[in-house]
Design a protein around this ligand. Sequence first.
Ligand SMILES: [Zn+2]
Length: 269
Amino acid sequence: MENNPYLNKLVGLPSGEKDLENKLSDFIKKGVEKDGGRFLEGYELEKTSEELEIINFTTEQADSIADKYSAKPVTIPLNNIHIVAAGGTEAITKSCEGAAYSPKTHRITLDRQPTKTWFSVNLFHELLHAKSYSALQLTKTAEGVELLPYRSGMTVYSRDGKTASMERLSEAVTEYLTKEFYENVVVGNPIFESEKDVPFEVHRLDELSYFENVVSKIRDRHPNLYQSKEAVIEEFIKAEFSGNLVKICRLMEDTFGKETLRGDTRSIE
Ligand SMILES: [Zn+2]
């Protein structure tokens, strides 16, 4: 998928079918731009000039993180960022509250935020998902062949598309980087000058505390390999952007046993 600007890999293609691969790559690109970018009639709000300014600023910051970790550069079209009225994201996705990202269409949906700070921070989180390692799969279902997510950062979807594993780690790393973005970039930035006292609202507390425990235990288990917890965290951030899970899976298994990653699996309805 070298020619596809949004995807690292497509799984399930018959080998040697270069023509088919090119056609599918084109189909996926159109899906991102047409389906992911389609105006959400009845929910979507026109972006204000202030929101456009924040989108530009936040995108540059997310790009610099993705670039630092050598991710494939992915530009999310402006139309794929949808601002909806309060409660709109949940109504559309039927599951996510406030903000959501779709791995298949690179669609980002966000409820309109009351402050620039919150808008930027929430958008940053979703943009990181969109710029992390991304793979889709062709899967045989009762209806025929379907295009489904296969990998989104560290999240691994089963070949039948029915379960997702390691999602907690992927969310935790994304939120960890978002918290750093707030502390190191947003606080004190002139763009947010008028909102000096707007606190950061940490989301995904469960995932973050799970991650904190994972990182501490790995560090304790491998004191010679990792001089600090930050060094362990770096391994997980690298995996989120590169898609290479070998090292972190080994660390998890060494520290918690073979069954551990199975415990971080959920069914997809
Ligand atoms: Zn997330």
